[in-house]
Every structure is written in structure tokens, then in C-alpha cells.
Design a protein around this ligand. Structure first.
Ligand code: ZN
Length: 89
């Protein structure tokens, strides 16, 4: 007898990367979003949250500062137009 049970979730996870003002590259800021939508890879967060409520993780991220791994300087994630969703596979 075979089981059709599956333990994989279909909800995609997205990593949030923020454009760094110090080196102009994007860095992962340790924020992951469970969004019940496919096809959001490389979507701009400012666009995505333009007419949706922002999750608390994102509000917190905007108040936080992150250290650039290249320049070791702190950069801000306040501007969501520089934040991008990357789909996890
Ligand atoms: Zn950087």
C-alpha cells in the first residue's frame, strides 16, 4: 500500500536582499518571507508592498542597519526600492 502523504509545503519562501549603499551590491539581510504566491523571484519589495500590509519583519528590517561584508560599513535597509525578493528553491 502506497501513501500519498507529502511533507513538502507548496508555499514558496523568499529571501530578502537589500542593495547596499556602500558597495552597490545586494546582500542577504537574514529576512525570509513565506508568501503564498509563486513567481515573485526578483520582485522589488517597494512594488510588492505598495498595496499590501507590510509584515513586522520588514518594518523591523527598515529600522535596522546591516554590515556590508565587503566594506565592513553599516548600510540601511530603510528604502524598500532597493530590496528584492529572491525565490528559494
Ligand atoms: Zn555591501
Amino acid at each position: 500500500m502506497s501513501s500519498a502523504n507529502t511533507y513538502t509545503r507548496n508555499m514558496p519562501n523568499y529571501d530578502v536582499h537589500v542593495t547596499c549603499s556602500e558597495c552597490s551590491q545586494t546582500h542577504f539581510v537574514s529576512v525570509r518571507l513565506d508568501l503564498d504566491e509563486d513567481g515573485l523571484d526578483r520582485t522589488n519589495l517597494a512594488d510588492y508592498f505598495a498595496n499590501r500590509p507590510k509584515p513586522s519583519q520588514i518594518a523591523f528590517m527598515q529600522t535596522n542597519k546591516y554590515r556590508c561584508p565587503h566594506t565592513k560599513q553599516l548600510y540601511s535597509a530603510a528604502d524598500l526600492s532597493g530590496a528584492i525578493l529572491f525565490a528559494q528553491t
